[in-house]
Design a protein around this ligand. Structure first.
Ligand SMILES: NC(=O)c1ccc[n+]([C@@H]2O[C@H](COP(=O)([O-])OP(=O)(O)OC[C@H]3O[C@@H](n4cnc5c(N)ncnc54)[C@H](O)[C@@H]3O)[C@@H](O)[C@H]2O)c1
Ligand SMILES: O=C(O)C[C@H](O)C(=O)O
Length: 308
């Protein structure tokens, strides 16, 4: 099984590392436009094999797509990250061209691949990939909700002072500072509503911290985060390769689900060997529905800036 990761920068290398550590692919191809960069990252990662006990071969490629041929999954991380003070949406001018070209090159060599889009602004880049590739909708998955939900669970566990693995929580909507929707009403601490333990004000605080999770890290790091984004990307890849049928919030092309058409936005989906298989209806209440609609309007506005 071959997995390709386009962009060997912070997030791409992190996805490659986590995929290798999971030992779910024989080969991971890391491709970057910067001369020798992907080869260097691949060599460094290969030298972890005996230390971390994996048997995945990592191959570096400077823009040679023939090396990516026959990939089962392709993760797109190529593009610029934001700097402190910027929004993800400001990246569209540079990243749209990159994501479009990369998508076209990838499907020339791997027409049956499932694409996992990570580059920002992620929902719009996923929509662009869907439109420019012409691939069946189930084979285009935007990764954002997996990361945002992990951050939500971390913030909830911090507030509850508990083990994060005992907390369930999902973020839907756009992957933007103001568009994501942490579903606090549905979050649980080992099957009991978190509202049993946390006040409305505390839950509001948790939701706000979740929404600006990426911006907070960008402020601290000077560039955007990569460990949790890499782990979230690898979790999506694992669910595809192992056909795990995990229920993960991902940005997918909607045709009526959640009342939306012709948009890629975060909703809970089942992820398996054929890509995303089914959207699960969380039965949003009126307030959540209104937030979801506003989120979709903002994403749609971004999509309108694309030259398709
Ligand atoms: N969806 C998410 O949850 C999420 C999370 C983190 C980061 N991101 C986004 O992922 C992207 C990458 O972030 P990063 O921190 O890895 O940035 P980075 O600068 O470390 O790496 C990006 C890499 O892409 C490469 N690249 C640029 N154009 C290319 C092309 N045409 N073909 C191949 N490679 C190309 C660059 O050379 C660079 O090595 C950014 O857009 C960032 O905003 C999204
Ligand atoms: O915050 C960013 O710009 C990167 C990414 O989308 C994240 O949420 O970490």
């Amino acid at each position: 099984m071959k997995v390709t990761v386009v962009g060997a920068g912070n997030v791409g290398a992190s996805v490659a590392e986590y995929v290798a550590m999971k030992d779910i692919a024989n080969e991971v191809v890391l491709l970057d436009i910067k001369e020798g960069f992907a080869e260097g990252k691949a060599m460094d990662l290969n030298q972890c094999a005996t230390l971390n006990g994996f048997n995945t071969r990592i191959v570096g490629s400077t823009n040679d797509y023939s090396k990516t041929a026959g990939s089962k999954v392709v993760v797109i991380t190529s593009g610029i990250p934001r700097k402190p003070g910027m929004t993800r949406e400001e990246l569209i001018g540079t990243n749209a061209g990159i994501v479009k070209t990369v998508t076209e090159n990838i499907i020339k060599y791997s027409p049956d691949a499932i694409l996992v889009v990570i580059s920002n602004p992620m929902d719009t880049m996923t929509y662009l990939s869907a439109k420019s590739s012409g691939l069946p909708k189930n084979r285009i998955i935007g990764m954002g909700g997996a990361l945002d939900s992990a951050r939500f669970r971390y913030r909830l566990a911090e507030a509850l002072e508990c083990n994060p693995n005992d907390v369930q929580g999902v973020v839907i909507g756009g992957h933007g500072d103001t568009t994501m929707i942490p579903l606090t009403r549905l979050a649980t601490y080992n099957s009991t509503p978190v509202s049993n333990y946390l006040s409305e004000e505390k839950l509001e605080e948790v939701a706000k911290a979740t929404m600006v999770g990426g911006a907070t890290l960008t402020g601290l790091l000077g560039t955007s985060a990569w460990y949790a984004p890499g782990a979230a990307g690898a979790a999506v890849v694992e669910s595809i390769i192992r056909d795990q049928k995990r229920l993960i919030s991902c940005s997918v092309y909607l045709e009526g689900e959640y009342g939306q058409e012709d948009i890629c936005v975060g909703v809970p989906v089942i992820i398996g060997k054929d890509g995303w298989e089914e959207v699960i209806d969380y039965k949003l209440n009126d307030d959540e529905k209104a937030k979801f609609e506003a989120s979709c309007e903002a994403v749609r506005k971004m999509n309108n800036a694309l030259e398709l």
